[in-house]
Design a protein. Structure first.
Length: 262
């Protein structure tokens, strides 16, 4: 009887100790002000779990940042979590298309994924436009558009008051080029802003998921996707299922829980 009572007392004591530790950790965590320097320090010390946790907290508390997404992608890459690595590199590039390191590391992460990107033939102009648009972010393109428009207006003012014919021709050409530059920069800024708002691309997060012909488990099995694969969401109207499209044109439905939007 005494032995059972002793064991009971020990068990209660252990429970109290564990409860106190959990409460202390929770309280401590709620009072800590996390900084990027803390996460970077943990990353430098190869404590990638802590680094990833702090980067996630920074994004949740302070908002999105291309630099934080990039480092978070690196932490997950070191943890061999390829899906989350790709997801965060993609998010970094969505915010900052000119981030060369994020683009390079994204290709490294993709090389580890099971599903490789299909080779899609694009027109030269399309490839050129994508590369050109990736030079700057949406905000930078918007500023460039405004600057070009101001230059255009200034050129037209000078054109009106200029008396020399040769000067008027040169100014007129500059005005037209500035106007075209303003329109082009505005179109690129609008496109990048639309992609930021729509978030119509996602990454497969589960080791494997079956894509079906209808939004139901009874639907015909079409093909299987693996973690890290990028898909485009075509139909986002259902909460439990999403219709997705691959870069090669294949379409199907998969569970919403299997993907995470970029």
């Amino acid at each position: 009887m005494m032995r059972r009572f002793s064991l009971y007392i020990i068990g209660v004591a252990l429970c109290c100790v564990c409860t106190c530790r959990v409460q202390a950790m929770t309280f401590s965590d709620s009072t800590v002000v996390y900084t990027k320097a803390m996460a970077d320090s943990a990353y430098a010390e190869a404590d990638y779990i802590t680094a990833a946790y702090i980067y996630e907290r920074l994004i949740a508390e302070q908002g999105e940042s291309a630099a934080v997404y990039y480092n978070l992608g690196g932490a997950y890459y070191r943890l061999d979590d390829i899906a989350r690595s790709i997801l965060n590199y993609e998010r970094a590039l969505l915010l900052e298309p000119s981030h060369a390191d994020a683009r390079f590391n994204l290709e490294l992460a993709r090389a580890k994924a099971v599903d490789k990107n299909a080779m899609v033939t694009e027109f030269f102009f399309t490839r050129w436009y994508r590369s050109f648009a990736a030079i700057m972010s949406a905000d930078s393109w918007a500023k460039a558009s405004i600057l070009c428009f101001i230059i255009c207006i200034s050129c037209f003012v000078i054109f009106i008051f200029s008396k020399k014919r040769k000067t008027k021709k040169i100014i007129f050409i500059f005005a037209l080029l500035s106007l075209l530059g303003s329109v082009l920069a505005g179109v690129i800024a609008s496109g990048q802003t639309r992609r930021l708002q729509q978030r119509d691309h996602a990454i497969v997060m589960e080791p494997s998921v079956t894509v079906r012909s209808t939004p139901s488990e009874s639907g015909t099995e079409l093909f299987v996707l693996h973690e890290g694969k990028k898909v485009k969401i075509k139909d986002d109207s259902l909460s439990a299922w999403k219709e997705v499209e691959l870069e090669d044109g294949h379409i199907g439905w998969l569970p919403a829980a299997a993907i995470e939007k970029i």
